[in-house]
Ligand binder design. Structure first.
Ligand SMILES: Cc1cc2nc3c(=O)[nH]c(=O)nc-3n(C[C@H](O)[C@H](O)[C@H](O)COP(=O)(O)O)c2cc1C
Length: 467
């Protein structure tokens, strides 16, 4: 379905200014183009977490390159986009509605005069219930109709009726592309704020070589991601520039003897993603992390520790900071009677491990004082009564926000790629905390979303500063 998820606060870019999508593409690819393991064979694909949950209306016009749009649909779906497709008259001659419907997992629209479609959805609604309209391939014919404001079929009518930004990926023979009529049309469209990706120069389906080859699906995907990413577009200042952020991540490791230890299943993936998100918004970010296999986030100062005691010391040495996010899974206990030599099995008796409580890093950072960060965010990893326990933790630790998640074994959250969390914000008037349920998101998306909310909070734009 094409509904916006409740609580989703991602701002919808509505910038219709002319901009060079290809430049943005380079920025986006260099910024967002890290890879994730994907698929059975463990191949890698570029990850664009910003696309998660975005609604794309894809218009497929009548060019040979329409077959590449099938791959584009697949790539968008893999990244969590909702994809709804319109086939032009010509488009339906190159790819079948059945294939498009199967790949988009959605109904396909191609008839302006369909009574069923009109009663179910209507061409105006169809054109508006999207975050971005993408035309790929954009034929010479459809570009001409768009420039002239014609509306004689569903594709051109939807494009005329939409109030959403439009990205075109032209594809045609090089003479058609070079023709003054096409060049005038594309100039008119870009002057009206339509975005463009491609065309590339290379061998064309007609056997000629030249400009007119549709951008590759990976390039169109990156252009779409760049469209949604204000930072990749280079619009505006970085909102957290000039602020210091501290993030803890990963497990702690509490030794039993020089070779054995107690730890937990935290992968550090979520904490690292938050550090990445804050650094991306310009914060000077310090990441204090237990042992993890996660790569160091770019532009982040990383301090590696093992025990909870070391983590606390590293955090305290990093103060003052404006923001503290405690995402580490700190062991609650350590071994009081840690042996300074390897415990031997052949002594005939079982060692008894005596545990003692570890320092509470979240509560320590949340304590009022001159160095208390403006915003302290904790994590509550629970296996039952998630919200109630998180609410109690928020009060007990005196932090400002808690990210609560269910880490029961069935959720696959520990070590997994995705996370379903709830954001609890302490009320400033002593009332109950507000609870915001987030949809299932990649951990990178959770990190970016949290960083955005933190930036809004720090800017004082959405909540009062914590007392
Ligand atoms: C085999 C074949 C390939 C075509 N390839 C293209 C193309 O790549 N780009 C283009 O602008 N037109 C191409 N055309 C012409 C369009 O299909 C034609 O202009 C049609 O009216 C486009 O309609 P539409 O843009 O509404 O889909 C091709 C036509 C045929 C028969």
């Amino acid at each position: 379905m094409f509904s916006r998820t409740p609580g989703q606060t991602q701002s919808e870019p509505r910038n219709h200014k002319r901009r060079d999508t290809q430049l943005a593409l380079v920025a986006a690819t260099s910024y967002l183009g890290f890879t994730v393991r994907h698929g059975k064979k463990g191949s890698t694909v570029p990850d664009f977490p910003i696309l998660d949950g975005k609604r794309i209306l894809l218009v497929i016009a009548g060019g040979i390159a329409a077959y590449k749009s099938l791959d584009l649909i697949r790539r968008l779906r893999e990244r969590g986009c909702e994809v709804r497709c319109v086939l032009s008259e010509g488009g339906a001659r190159f790819v079948t509605p059945l294939t498009v419907a199967a790949l988009s997992e959605n109904k396909v629209y191609h008839d302006l005069w369909s009574l069923t479609d009109e009663s179910e959805m209507g061409h105006i609604r169809l054109s508006r219930e999207a975050d971005l309209v993408v035309v790929a391939p954009a034929t010479a014919d459809l570009l001409a109709k768009m420039a002239a404001g014609l509306a004689d079929d569903l594709a051109s009518t939807a494009l005329l009726a939409t109030d959403k930004p439009v990205l075109v990926a032209p594809a045609m023979n090089s003479a058609m592309w070079a023709h003054p009529a096409t060049q005038t049309n594309i100039a008119v469209l870009m002057g009206r704020g339509v975005h463009r990706v491609g065309p590339n120069t290379g061998s064309l389906a007609c056997g000629e070589t030249g400009a007119g080859r549709m951008a590759e699906p990976s390039e169109i995907l990156a252009a779409i991601a760049a469209f949604f990413d204000p930072l990749a577009r280079g619009d505006g200042p970085l909102p957290l520039r000039g602020h210091r952020a501290l993030v803890t991540s990963g497990p702690t490791v509490e030794p039993i003897d020089p070779v054995r230890y107690i730890t937990n299943r935290s992968s550090g993936r979520q904490g690292h993603a938050i550090a990445r998100g804050l650094a991306r918004l310009g914060a000077h970010t310090i990441l204090v992390t237990g042992p993890t296999a996660e790569p160091d986030p770019p532009g982040v100062q990383v301090i590696r520790i093992e025990t909870a005691d070391q983590m606390l010391a590293a955090c305290q040495a990093s103060l003052p900071v404006d923001i503290a996010v405690c995402a580490a899974a700190v062991a609650d206990w350590r071994v009081r009677n840690m042996a300074d030599h390897k415990l031997k099995k052949d002594r005939g008796e079982m060692p008894i491990l005596e545990l003692t409580e570890n320092p509470d890093i979240l509560a320590t950072l949340s304590k009022a004082g001159p160095h208390r960060p403006k915003l302290v965010v904790g994590f509550a990893a629970e296996t039952q009564h998630v919200i109630e326990h998180a609410q109690a933790k928020l009060t007990r630790k005196s932090c400002d926000w808690i990210i609560a998640n269910d880490v029961g074994p069935s959720t696959g959250i520990f070590g997994g790629e995705r996370n379903t969390v709830h954001l609890l914000r302490a009320s400033t008037d002593g009332g109950p905390a507000s609870v915001e349920d987030w949809p299932s998101l990649s951990k990178t998306s959770v990190g970016e979303r949290l960083a955005t909310l933190i930036a809004e909070h720090i800017a004082g734009s959405n909540t009062k500063a914590p007392s």
